[in-house]
Design a protein around this ligand. Structure first.
Ligand code: PGA
Length: 272
Protein backbone atom coordinates (compact mmCIF):
# COMPACT_ATOMS: atom_id res chain seq x y z
CA UNK A 1 0.00 0.00 0.00
CA UNK A 2 1.12 3.52 -0.77
CA UNK A 3 1.79 6.18 1.80
CA UNK A 4 -1.34 8.27 2.22
CA UNK A 5 -1.30 11.94 1.26
CA UNK A 6 -3.64 14.52 2.76
CA UNK A 7 -3.69 17.88 0.97
CA UNK A 8 -5.45 21.01 2.20
CA UNK A 9 -6.24 23.39 -0.67
CA UNK A 10 -7.42 26.59 0.91
CA UNK A 11 -8.64 28.22 -2.30
CA UNK A 12 -9.30 31.95 -1.76
CA UNK A 13 -10.87 31.52 1.66
CA UNK A 14 -8.28 32.84 4.11
CA UNK A 15 -6.75 36.24 4.79
CA UNK A 16 -2.99 36.40 5.27
CA UNK A 17 -3.40 36.53 9.04
CA UNK A 18 -5.78 33.59 9.11
CA UNK A 19 -3.61 31.54 6.81
CA UNK A 20 -0.53 32.19 8.94
CA UNK A 21 -2.44 31.42 12.13
CA UNK A 22 -3.71 28.16 10.60
CA UNK A 23 -0.15 27.14 9.66
CA UNK A 24 1.18 27.95 13.14
CA UNK A 25 -1.51 25.89 14.80
CA UNK A 26 -0.94 23.02 12.40
CA UNK A 27 2.80 22.97 13.05
CA UNK A 28 2.15 23.06 16.79
CA UNK A 29 -0.30 20.17 16.55
CA UNK A 30 2.01 17.89 14.58
CA UNK A 31 5.25 18.99 16.22
CA UNK A 32 7.57 16.11 17.02
CA UNK A 33 5.16 13.48 15.74
CA UNK A 34 6.59 10.98 13.30
CA UNK A 35 3.81 11.23 10.76
CA UNK A 36 3.22 7.96 8.96
CA UNK A 37 1.63 9.76 6.02
CA UNK A 38 2.25 12.88 3.94
CA UNK A 39 0.56 16.21 4.55
CA UNK A 40 0.59 19.29 2.33
CA UNK A 41 -1.03 22.70 2.61
CA UNK A 42 -1.75 24.80 -0.48
CA UNK A 43 -2.57 28.40 0.49
CA UNK A 44 -3.45 31.17 -1.96
CA UNK A 45 -0.51 32.68 -3.85
CA UNK A 46 -0.36 35.81 -1.75
CA UNK A 47 -0.14 33.73 1.45
CA UNK A 48 2.19 31.10 0.07
CA UNK A 49 5.63 32.47 0.98
CA UNK A 50 4.52 33.38 4.50
CA UNK A 51 3.02 29.95 5.15
CA UNK A 52 6.07 28.24 3.58
CA UNK A 53 8.30 29.96 6.14
CA UNK A 54 6.18 28.68 8.99
CA UNK A 55 6.03 25.11 7.66
CA UNK A 56 9.77 24.87 6.93
CA UNK A 57 11.36 22.21 9.08
CA UNK A 58 8.02 20.64 9.99
CA UNK A 59 6.63 17.42 8.50
CA UNK A 60 4.11 19.45 6.50
CA UNK A 61 4.86 20.21 2.87
CA UNK A 62 3.93 23.36 1.04
CA UNK A 63 2.04 23.34 -2.24
CA UNK A 64 0.71 25.88 -4.75
CA UNK A 65 -2.81 25.92 -6.13
CA UNK A 66 -1.67 26.59 -9.70
CA UNK A 67 1.34 27.45 -11.85
CA UNK A 68 1.71 29.02 -15.27
CA UNK A 69 2.93 26.68 -17.99
CA UNK A 70 5.67 29.07 -19.13
CA UNK A 71 8.69 29.97 -17.03
CA UNK A 72 8.66 33.66 -17.88
CA UNK A 73 7.24 36.10 -20.39
CA UNK A 74 4.42 38.56 -20.98
CA UNK A 75 1.89 36.80 -18.76
CA UNK A 76 0.29 39.42 -16.56
CA UNK A 77 -0.95 38.14 -13.24
CA UNK A 78 0.55 34.66 -13.58
CA UNK A 79 2.95 32.78 -11.31
CA UNK A 80 5.83 30.73 -12.74
CA UNK A 81 7.51 27.54 -11.62
CA UNK A 82 10.73 29.54 -11.12
CA UNK A 83 8.94 31.72 -8.58
CA UNK A 84 7.47 28.70 -6.85
CA UNK A 85 10.91 27.08 -6.68
CA UNK A 86 12.16 30.22 -4.98
CA UNK A 87 9.94 29.38 -2.03
CA UNK A 88 10.67 25.65 -2.28
CA UNK A 89 7.21 24.50 -3.18
CA UNK A 90 6.95 20.70 -3.15
CA UNK A 91 3.51 20.16 -4.73
CA UNK A 92 1.42 22.03 -7.28
CA UNK A 93 -2.23 21.46 -8.08
CA UNK A 94 -2.97 21.47 -11.81
CA UNK A 95 -6.23 21.09 -13.70
CA UNK A 96 -8.57 21.99 -10.88
CA UNK A 97 -12.13 22.19 -12.19
CA UNK A 98 -12.47 25.77 -10.92
CA UNK A 99 -9.59 26.81 -13.19
CA UNK A 100 -10.93 24.75 -16.05
CA UNK A 101 -14.38 26.32 -15.70
CA UNK A 102 -13.49 29.84 -14.64
CA UNK A 103 -10.31 30.40 -16.63
CA UNK A 104 -10.63 28.02 -19.54
CA UNK A 105 -7.78 25.73 -18.56
CA UNK A 106 -7.54 22.88 -21.09
CA UNK A 107 -6.06 19.39 -20.85
CA UNK A 108 -3.20 20.65 -23.03
CA UNK A 109 -2.38 23.35 -20.49
CA UNK A 110 -2.69 20.87 -17.63
CA UNK A 111 -0.23 18.58 -19.42
CA UNK A 112 2.28 21.43 -19.87
CA UNK A 113 1.92 22.42 -16.23
CA UNK A 114 2.42 18.83 -15.05
CA UNK A 115 5.50 18.53 -17.27
CA UNK A 116 7.09 21.73 -16.03
CA UNK A 117 6.47 20.62 -12.44
CA UNK A 118 8.02 17.20 -13.03
CA UNK A 119 11.00 18.78 -14.76
CA UNK A 120 11.70 20.76 -11.60
CA UNK A 121 10.98 17.87 -9.23
CA UNK A 122 7.78 19.39 -7.93
CA UNK A 123 4.94 16.89 -7.54
CA UNK A 124 1.97 17.75 -9.76
CA UNK A 125 -1.43 16.93 -8.31
CA UNK A 126 -3.40 16.44 -11.50
CA UNK A 127 -7.14 16.95 -11.00
CA UNK A 128 -9.74 15.23 -13.13
CA UNK A 129 -13.46 14.76 -12.60
CA UNK A 130 -16.73 14.69 -14.46
CA UNK A 131 -19.46 17.33 -14.22
CA UNK A 132 -22.99 16.70 -12.95
CA UNK A 133 -24.34 16.71 -16.51
CA UNK A 134 -21.72 14.24 -17.68
CA UNK A 135 -22.47 11.97 -14.76
CA UNK A 136 -26.21 12.12 -15.35
CA UNK A 137 -25.64 11.27 -19.00
CA UNK A 138 -23.68 8.17 -17.90
CA UNK A 139 -20.45 9.57 -19.35
CA UNK A 140 -18.26 9.70 -16.20
CA UNK A 141 -15.76 7.06 -17.25
CA UNK A 142 -15.60 8.25 -20.84
CA UNK A 143 -14.76 11.81 -19.69
CA UNK A 144 -12.21 10.62 -17.15
CA UNK A 145 -10.51 8.37 -19.68
CA UNK A 146 -10.35 11.15 -22.27
CA UNK A 147 -8.82 13.56 -19.75
CA UNK A 148 -6.22 11.09 -18.50
CA UNK A 149 -5.19 10.16 -22.02
CA UNK A 150 -4.97 13.78 -23.16
CA UNK A 151 -2.94 14.81 -20.11
CA UNK A 152 -0.66 11.80 -19.66
CA UNK A 153 -0.03 10.33 -23.07
CA UNK A 154 2.50 13.01 -23.89
CA UNK A 155 4.33 12.79 -20.58
CA UNK A 156 7.08 10.39 -21.61
CA UNK A 157 8.03 7.58 -19.37
CA UNK A 158 11.60 8.87 -18.94
CA UNK A 159 10.42 12.12 -17.40
CA UNK A 160 8.05 10.15 -15.40
CA UNK A 161 8.73 9.02 -11.89
CA UNK A 162 5.45 7.53 -10.82
CA UNK A 163 5.98 8.24 -7.19
CA UNK A 164 6.26 11.89 -8.19
CA UNK A 165 2.84 12.16 -9.75
CA UNK A 166 -0.42 12.40 -7.88
CA UNK A 167 -3.84 12.22 -9.51
CA UNK A 168 -6.88 13.67 -7.74
CA UNK A 169 -10.29 12.36 -8.67
CA UNK A 170 -12.57 15.30 -8.00
CA UNK A 171 -16.09 14.83 -9.33
CA UNK A 172 -17.20 18.39 -10.02
CA UNK A 173 -20.68 17.67 -8.66
CA UNK A 174 -19.18 16.82 -5.27
CA UNK A 175 -17.05 19.97 -4.88
CA UNK A 176 -18.52 22.58 -2.59
CA UNK A 177 -19.43 25.78 -4.40
CA UNK A 178 -18.65 27.96 -1.39
CA UNK A 179 -17.81 27.87 2.25
CA UNK A 180 -21.45 27.72 3.33
CA UNK A 181 -22.57 25.21 0.72
CA UNK A 182 -24.27 22.48 2.73
CA UNK A 183 -26.23 20.92 -0.10
CA UNK A 184 -23.29 19.42 -2.00
CA UNK A 185 -22.27 15.98 -0.81
CA UNK A 186 -19.22 13.79 -1.35
CA UNK A 187 -19.18 10.77 -3.63
CA UNK A 188 -19.89 7.61 -1.67
CA UNK A 189 -16.74 5.69 -0.74
CA UNK A 190 -17.86 2.83 -3.03
CA UNK A 191 -18.28 5.07 -6.02
CA UNK A 192 -15.01 6.90 -5.40
CA UNK A 193 -13.21 3.57 -5.06
CA UNK A 194 -14.68 2.31 -8.32
CA UNK A 195 -13.62 5.46 -10.17
CA UNK A 196 -10.12 5.27 -8.67
CA UNK A 197 -9.78 1.68 -9.89
CA UNK A 198 -10.86 2.82 -13.32
CA UNK A 199 -8.34 5.69 -13.31
CA UNK A 200 -5.58 3.27 -12.38
CA UNK A 201 -6.59 0.90 -15.15
CA UNK A 202 -6.31 3.70 -17.73
CA UNK A 203 -2.93 4.75 -16.31
CA UNK A 204 -1.70 1.17 -16.56
CA UNK A 205 -2.64 1.07 -20.23
CA UNK A 206 -0.65 4.27 -20.83
CA UNK A 207 2.34 3.26 -18.73
CA UNK A 208 2.38 -0.18 -17.11
CA UNK A 209 0.61 -1.75 -14.19
CA UNK A 210 3.77 -1.38 -12.08
CA UNK A 211 3.92 2.37 -12.71
CA UNK A 212 0.16 2.82 -12.29
CA UNK A 213 0.35 1.00 -8.97
CA UNK A 214 2.79 3.60 -7.66
CA UNK A 215 0.71 6.63 -8.59
CA UNK A 216 -1.23 8.00 -5.66
CA UNK A 217 -4.85 8.74 -6.45
CA UNK A 218 -6.54 11.14 -4.05
CA UNK A 219 -10.25 11.75 -3.67
CA UNK A 220 -11.55 15.34 -3.46
CA UNK A 221 -15.03 16.83 -3.15
CA UNK A 222 -16.81 17.62 0.14
CA UNK A 223 -14.29 15.73 2.25
CA UNK A 224 -15.09 16.34 5.93
CA UNK A 225 -14.09 15.05 9.35
CA UNK A 226 -17.20 12.85 9.18
CA UNK A 227 -16.46 11.05 5.92
CA UNK A 228 -12.63 11.07 5.83
CA UNK A 229 -12.14 7.71 7.45
CA UNK A 230 -14.74 5.89 5.37
CA UNK A 231 -13.17 7.25 2.21
CA UNK A 232 -9.67 6.30 3.34
CA UNK A 233 -10.79 2.76 4.16
CA UNK A 234 -11.28 2.10 0.46
CA UNK A 235 -8.29 0.24 -0.96
CA UNK A 236 -7.94 2.40 -4.07
CA UNK A 237 -8.07 5.75 -2.27
CA UNK A 238 -4.53 6.87 -1.45
CA UNK A 239 -5.37 10.16 0.19
CA UNK A 240 -7.62 13.19 0.17
CA UNK A 241 -7.68 16.63 -1.42
CA UNK A 242 -9.56 18.75 1.06
CA UNK A 243 -11.01 22.16 0.18
CA UNK A 244 -13.51 23.79 2.53
CA UNK A 245 -12.62 21.57 5.49
CA UNK A 246 -8.98 22.63 5.22
CA UNK A 247 -9.62 26.23 6.25
CA UNK A 248 -10.72 25.43 9.79
CA UNK A 249 -7.87 24.05 11.82
CA UNK A 250 -10.11 21.87 13.98
CA UNK A 251 -11.67 20.22 10.90
CA UNK A 252 -8.34 19.68 9.21
CA UNK A 253 -6.81 18.18 12.37
CA UNK A 254 -9.76 15.78 12.64
CA UNK A 255 -9.13 14.66 9.06
CA UNK A 256 -5.45 14.11 9.90
CA UNK A 257 -6.50 12.13 12.96
CA UNK A 258 -8.75 9.99 10.78
CA UNK A 259 -5.80 9.27 8.49
CA UNK A 260 -3.55 8.52 11.44
CA UNK A 261 -6.08 6.14 12.91
CA UNK A 262 -6.51 4.40 9.58
CA UNK A 263 -2.80 3.89 9.25
CA UNK A 264 -2.28 2.55 12.74
CA UNK A 265 -5.37 0.37 12.58
CA UNK A 266 -4.39 -1.21 9.34
CA UNK A 267 -0.82 -1.84 10.58
CA UNK A 268 0.44 -1.19 7.14
CA UNK A 269 3.98 -1.35 5.94
CA UNK A 270 4.78 2.04 4.55
CA UNK A 271 6.81 2.37 1.45
CA UNK A 272 8.35 5.71 2.29
P1 PGA B 1 -14.33 20.98 -1.20
O1 PGA B 1 -13.31 21.30 -2.38
O2 PGA B 1 -13.62 20.09 -0.25
O3 PGA B 1 -14.63 22.33 -0.63
O4 PGA B 1 -15.51 20.34 -1.83
C1 PGA B 1 -12.50 20.30 -2.92
C2 PGA B 1 -11.66 20.84 -4.04
O5 PGA B 1 -12.11 21.76 -4.76
O6 PGA B 1 -10.53 20.40 -4.21
Amino acid sequence: MKRLLIVGAQKLYLSLNDSVEFAKQLVKAVDGKPFPFDIAVCPSFINLAFVANILRGSPIAIGAQNVHQENSGAYTGQVSMQELLGIRVQYVIVGHSELRNQQGETNGMVRQKAKIALKHKVVPIVCIGESKEEREAGRSKEVIERDIREIFTDIPRDDFAAENVVVAYEPVWAIKAGRDDKSTVAATPDLANEMHKFIRSVLSEIYSSDIAEKIRILYGGSVSPENAQDLLKEPSIDGLLVGTASVKIEFFLKILEAAEEMVSRARLTWTR
